[in-house]
Design a protein around this ligand. Structure first.
Ligand SMILES: [Zn+2]
Length: 190
């Protein structure tokens, strides 16, 4: 009896995004990093909340809007408390949220991504069509990593090895979406 092995990985960001933009104080493009602190501004019953980034060279501040003109009552109490306490876990969560940087029109430096591939689960099923391995890689943060590179990192191969396996058909792409890629591997290759 042959088996179909299904393995699922998730790309997990280890660090907040690094921002790259021109710093008015330094007069050139620099990196900005998450300070893990929030700034809150209350105006009547409306609230603004920002995540504070700093220029790594001169500490010039960049405020990244989380909430703008938001009714206090519509912010969960626990979250509001975390803003007040500069909760690091919450600050890191926002620092890894791609959508936040998009809406703030702030550029992330793709060369400063710190991530790892974490195996989530693996299943074995009986299969009549010979040994098969199907690997799925979930990319919830939508990091821009070339699919070939993702496959290479999961299989512990070089990109050129992956390229030749793709050409030979030993690796077969099945689906490719911004948040997921799925591919099959000839079982004797891994
Ligand atoms: Zn600066």
């Amino acid at each position: 009896m042959s088996y179909l092995r299904k393995i699922e990985y998730e790309i997990v960001l280890k660090d907040s995004f690094w921002v790259i933009r021109s710093c008015p104080k330094c007069g050139r493009k620099t990196h900005y990093r998450n300070t893990n602190k929030f700034r809150i501004n209350a105006n009547g019953n409306k609230l603004d909340v920002w995540l504070i980034y700093h220029c790594t060279e001169c500490k010039h501040t960049l405020n990244i809007a989380i909430y703008e003109r938001k009714k206090v009552s519509s912010i969960p109490k626990e979250e509001y408390q975390c803003f007040l306490e500069n909760d690091e876990t919450l600050a890191e969560m926002y620092g890894k949220r791609m959508q936040l940087f998009r809406t703030n029109k702030v550029d992330i430096d793709p060369d400063k991504l710190h991530y790892e591939f974490v195996k989530q689960h693996e299943t074995m099923e009986n299969c009549e069509f010979g040994e098969q391995v199907v690997i799925t890689i979930n990319n919830p943060c939508q990091l821009k990593i070339h699919p070939e590179k993702q496959i290479a990192m999961v299989l512990g191969l070089s990109r050129s090895q992956v390229k030749s396996l793709l050409e030979k058909g030993d690796i077969g792409p099945k689906a490719e979406m911004p948040q997921t890629i799925t591919f099959s591997v000839n079982a004797c290759r891994i």
